[in-house]
Design a binder for this molecule. Structure first.
Ligand code: GBH
Length: 492
């Protein structure tokens, strides 16, 4: 038996949620409508016609939920602030009742020794701002900065780590290109304009947070960086991976870290847009001190080139990928919205999958963390989301035996440990999710929680993975996957 993996002292263990996925109470205390309220009501948009109207009722049950977090030994809770609670129309003065909720939540967390990690935007744009053009419209970046300043003014003394945006890739590409997410637009040119507005919003929002909360405020952004792998060393496959990396990852990392968009991406998306939405001085607005980078990680992708679609791509070696990865992808493999990148084919990856159809591949997490560390050795990294959906159910013994989730978490935490061993500066790990919740286009049909929610009664039941995670959080030592020991946890 190998020695158990011990995480560094001070490594922060926590869990994450997002406002629209858990809060419910969508009409309470002056909240305005968001694009997700509208989208969820669009027939066919969300599996089962589900909405976030009730969520997990976290808005009303937050005190019990915080007590549960404390019982799980968590030291950080990543939640998002619903913009339409703070500014019901997306502009103008703050709705005090909306801010008060987050102040109560933050105070309750702090009273339990749990740090609030606040995400300012996790996809719930006020509907009136969408009506005014949404994320493709430049003005939305300045609206976001105003909103960020209001929240930071109210919570600045209580929040050790701010995140401006959660996964702008999803906002831009799922919201405005594929239309799988709110507002359900299918227009890749507008999606690329949204990318730029989101980058501006980050830069302006980070400055607004520091202006309101003090320059010492720690500000981050959370990205879902794709780990794309080329199917072979053939130039066509390597080039396809590079094109995909640029349009998915570098359009965010480039401006944020290096103050520039990757040059090639303009030519590679010339069939969609001329990028005239980038104006002189914009990149200076985007780039600002980044105190940490949030990494959300779920899976990897395997890609090959399609020479015809991208024009003639020389392939001197004539090498192709192994036969077993040439089969067509089944649904569930990582796929960008149509049209954004040409000449890329997604290949089927063998191996276990979660209920989302995403292949389980922890090695990509080590790789990603080390790539980021090498690129910016001084930039602290946080895992702001990692986790898996499985078809959980409460068993006859009253427990949820989610051994598959424990195995997923164990593998990925071991991968984080490997990155730490190799020098990556990872400060904390926030499991997605604290509890089952509204999984966007999949409604309540996919469960990511380490705590089970019975949607008929809203009763919370700590899953075996939650008990296992408590052992990790309270000892800092990675337990074996079969060491869930609820009995031991109950005793301790
Ligand atoms: C995160 O997004 C969100 O931040 C969170 O709110 C959400 O509940 C959680 O993850 C679970 O979904 O191209 O369909 O084959 C997830 C971002 C982007 C990760 C797409 C997986 C590949 C899936 N996802 N990606 S697909």
């Amino acid at each position: 038996m190998t020695a158990a993996r011990r995480f560094p002292d001070g490594f922060v263990w926590g869990a994450a949620t997002a406002a629209y996925q858990v809060e419910g109470a969508t009409d309470a205390d002056g909240r305005g409508p968001s694009i997700w309220d509208t989208f969820a009501r669009t027939p066919g948009a969300v599996l089962g016609g589900h909405t976030g109207d009730l969520g997990t009722d976290h808005y009303r049950r937050f005190a019990d939920d915080v007590a549960l977090m404390a019982d799980l030994g968590l030291r950080a809770y990543r939640f998002s602030v619903a913009w339409p609670r703070v500014q019901p129309t997306g502009r103008g003065p703050a709705n005090q009742a909306g801010l008060d909720f987050y102040r109560r939540l933050a105070d309750t967390l702090l009273a339990h020794g749990i740090d609030p990690v606040v995400t300012l935007y996790h996809w719930d744009l006020p509907q009136p701002l969408e009506d005014a053009g949404g994320w493709p419209a430049r003005d939305t970046a300045w609206r976001f900065a105003d909103y960020a300043g209001l929240v930071a003014g109210a919570l600045g003394d209580r929040v050790p780590l701010w995140t401006t945006l959660n996964e702008p890739w999803c906002t831009a590409y799922l919201g405005y290109a594929s239309g799988e997410h709110a507002p359900g637009v299918q227009d890749p040119a507008r999606a690329l304009a949204a990318v730029h507005t989101l980058n501006l919003a980050h830069g302006l929002g980070a400055r607004a947070v520091r202006a309101a909360a003090g320059d010492a405020a720690q500000v981050s952004i959370t990205l879902n960086l794709q780990v794309n792998r080329a199917a072979s060393a053939a130039p066509a496959d390597v080039a396809a991976k590079a094109r995909l990396d640029r349009v998915a990852n570098e359009v965010f990392l480039g401006p944020l870290l290096d103050g520039a968009y990757p040059e090639e991406v303009v030519a590679e998306t010339a069939h969609l847009t001329d990028w005239s939405f980038v104006r002189d001085g914009d990149l200076d607005l985007v780039r600002t001190r980044l105190d940490a980078l949030g990494v959300n990680y779920y899976t990897t992708a395997l890609v090959a080139g399609v020479p015809d679609a991208a024009g003639p791509v020389p392939d001197p070696g004539g090498e192709t990928g192994p036969a077993d990865v040439q089969a067509a992808s089944p649904a569930g493999d990582e796929r960008p919205p149509a049209n954004l990148v040409t000449g890329v084919r997604w290949l089927h990856q063998p191996g276990p999958r979660t209920a989302m159809g995403w292949v389980v591949d922890p090695s990509g997490l080590t790789e990603l963390l080390l790539d980021l560390h090498r690129r910016r050795p001084d930039l602290p990294l946080w895992i702001t989301e990692n986790g898996a959906a499985y078809p959980d159910a409460v068993a006859d013994d009253g427990r949820v035996h989610d051994a598959d989730r424990i195995a997923y978490l164990h593998g990925h935490l071991d991968a984080v440990g490997a990155a730490l061993d190799a020098g990556a500066d990872v400060r904390g790990y926030l499991a997605w999710s604290l509890m089952d919740n509204f999984e966007w286009a999949y409604g309540y049909e996919r469960r990511f929680g380490i705590v089970h929610v019975d949607y008929a009664t809203l009763e919370r039941t700590v899953k075996d993975s939650g008990h296992w995670y408590r052992r990790l959080a309270t000892t800092g030592v990675l337990p074996a996957p079969d060491d869930a020991g609820p009995a031991a946890d109950d005793a301790g």
